[in-house]
Write a protein that binds this ligand. Structure first.
Ligand SMILES: Nc1ncnc2c1ncn2[C@@H]1O[C@H](COP(=O)(O)OP(=O)(O)O)[C@@H](O)[C@H]1O
Ligand SMILES: [Mg+2]
Length: 169
């Protein structure tokens, strides 16, 4: 065997700072057209990770959770970044009104989605899923997987390199 393709990566972080840097490692691996789903309980670290991703993509502003609008948009050279937080979505019709299907299928955009489970059937077919679990006060366990496997096989080695390299230093 020459090693199985990487379907899933697991990493633990010991502080919010580390999670943010892990986000940067994910961010540098992204390209327009990508969607990143951030799954985890309240306080797990989704927004913290999103900050790191956004910084790596070139966002200079402070990234905080979108509130009433459910989505924040950042214009970057050559593409747009959408940061969605569906926590306050109280009606599935709200997904259509913010243009969720378009935001997560635009070829010239990267979308980061907190509380993706609230999008139900409107989730795209292809995405990077980050599952964040609270372990202890400062510690979180993160599972990163590409869905579907086949769409990410070529990119997983580079992603794995990023996720296992410098972010922890
Ligand atoms: N390893 C860690 N990774 C991320 N956040 C952490 C970590 N340890 C402690 N925290 C704290 O947990 C909270 C995470 O908040 P946030 O990122 O807003 O979560 P979410 O968006 O999932 O609700 C922050 O207060 C952060 O300081
Ligand atoms: Mg959040």
């Amino acid at each position: 065997m020459t090693g199985t393709p990487l379907a899933e990566l697991q990493v633990a972080t010991e502080s919010s700072d580390q999670t943010e840097r892990l986000g940067e490692a994910i961010g540098v691996s992204l390209q327009p057209g990508d969607v990143v789903l951030l799954h985890g309980d309240l306080g797990a670290g989704k927004t913290t990770l999103a900050k790191g991703i956004a910084r790596a993509l070139g966002v200079a502003d402070t990234v905080s959770s979108p509130s009433f609008a459910l989505v924040n948009e950042y214009a970057l050279p050559g593409f747009r970044l959408f940061h969605l937080d569906l926590y306050r979505l109280n009606d599935p019709a709200g997904l259509e009104s913010i243009g969720f299907p378009e935001l997560t299928s635009a070829e010239d955009a990267i979308a980061i989605v907190e509380w993706p489970e609230r999008a139900g059937a409107l989730l795209p077919d292809r995405y990077l899923l980050v599952d964040i679990a609270y372990v202890a006060d400062g510690r979180r366990e993160l599972r990163v997987s590409g869905v579907p496997d086949s769409a990410w096989l070529e990119r997983l080695p580079a992603l794995r390199r990023e996720l296992t390299s410098s972010w922890r230093d």
